[in-house]
Design a protein around this ligand. Structure first.
Ligand SMILES: NC(=O)c1ccc[n+]([C@@H]2O[C@H](COP(=O)([O-])OP(=O)(O)OC[C@H]3O[C@@H](n4cnc5c(N)ncnc54)[C@H](O)[C@@H]3O)[C@@H](O)[C@H]2O)c1
Length: 266
């Protein structure tokens, strides 16, 4: 397709997806990055799903490899980076796409287990991947990290652990962006709003016990922009821009991709 990421090496964490009718964020980001010329390392704890992403990339004649890792484990994160550097000699882009919300409840009903599970996947894993990638990018003198947050971080939501962990993602983004700006490393976050993806539609319709059709109708009606919900390609195009040299003067931005939903708080 294009060459906006020509000669770049990208790691996408959470490059597989839950099963469902539509494409997920991590898969769409991986495919788009490969289309634009990047070599993409597809990391997921569900290696079969990462492999499906790879097959889609193969069909387009583009380059990717898969790597199985659970980012909640520090050693796995060290190995992700080591493998990428061994293979390609560089890491230009890291996308931290993993995020979970299953089991989240109102605070008084929330168990310690679910709190820990959500915080470990959404925040601790990001701490580990950044911990091992930053020294590599620092040595290179360049790099772009994109953290997938959520507008739940800034909008009212009943999801307690999800919201607070995503607020942590935004803070981590700001903190690291300032620390590494002088080193030439840009660190930004994307806050998707309501998207028609399996995580949101299949996942939430199951959790709330309502049909997918009713949930889609409800969510479409809550988006200010004409057309209703977005989809994973909207996240992917925002990530592509932030990853590319077109965004060379952009760091520490927390970008809503939400059809105007988060502006409602203003
Ligand atoms: N879909 C939406 O509507 C929406 C809205 C706002 C924010 N987000 C954010 O988008 C991101 C995910 O979107 P998606 O559509 O790709 O979701 P998805 O759940 O379909 O895919 C995420 C992938 O991450 C993998 N994964 C989960 N835990 C992991 C771990 N510990 N180690 C390695 N891999 C792990 C899963 O196996 C899965 O393949 C999350 O950060 C989520 O919070 C999504």
């Amino acid at each position: 397709m294009g060459d906006r990421l020509k000669d770049k090496v990208a790691i996408v964490i959470g490059a597989g997806q839950q099963s469902g009718d539509t494409i997920g964020n991590g898969r769409a980001i991986s495919i788009l990055f490969a289309r634009e010329g990047a070599k993409v390392m597809l990391v997921d704890q569900n290696i079969d799903s990462a492999q499906e992403t790879k097959l889609m990339i193969d069909k387009e004649g583009k380059e990717s490899i898969t790597f199985k890792a659970n980012i909640v484990k520090e050693e796995d994160c060290r190995q992700i980076v080591e493998k990428c550097v061994d293979l390609y000699g560089q890491v230009d882009i890291l996308v931290n796409n993993v995020g979970i919300g299953e089991g989240d409840k109102s605070l008084v009903n929330l168990s310690e287990d679910i709190w820990d599970k959500i915080f470990n996947a959404n925040l601790k894993g990001m701490f580990f991947t950044c911990k091992y990638i930053l020294p590599v990018m620092e040595k290179q003198g360049n790099g772009s990290i994109i953290n997938i947050s959520s507008i739940a971080a800034v909008c009212a939501t009943p999801l307690v652990a999800y919201k607070i962990s995503k607020s942590g993602v935004n803070s981590l983004t700001h903190q690291l962006a300032m620390k590494y700006a002088k080193k030439g490393i840009r660190i930004n976050a994307i806050m998707p709003g309501y998207l028609n993806t399996p995580m949101a539609i299949e996942g939430i319709s199951r959790a709330r016990g309502i049909s997918k059709e009713d949930l889609i109708k409800e969510r479409d009606s809550l988006v200010p922009l004409k057309g209703g919900m977005g989809n994973a390609w909207d996240t992917a195009y925002a990530a592509l821009f932030l990853a590319s040299d077109e965004a060379k003067f952009i760091t520490s931005v927390i970008l809503p991709v939400d059809g105007g939903q988060s502006a409602r708080i203003g």
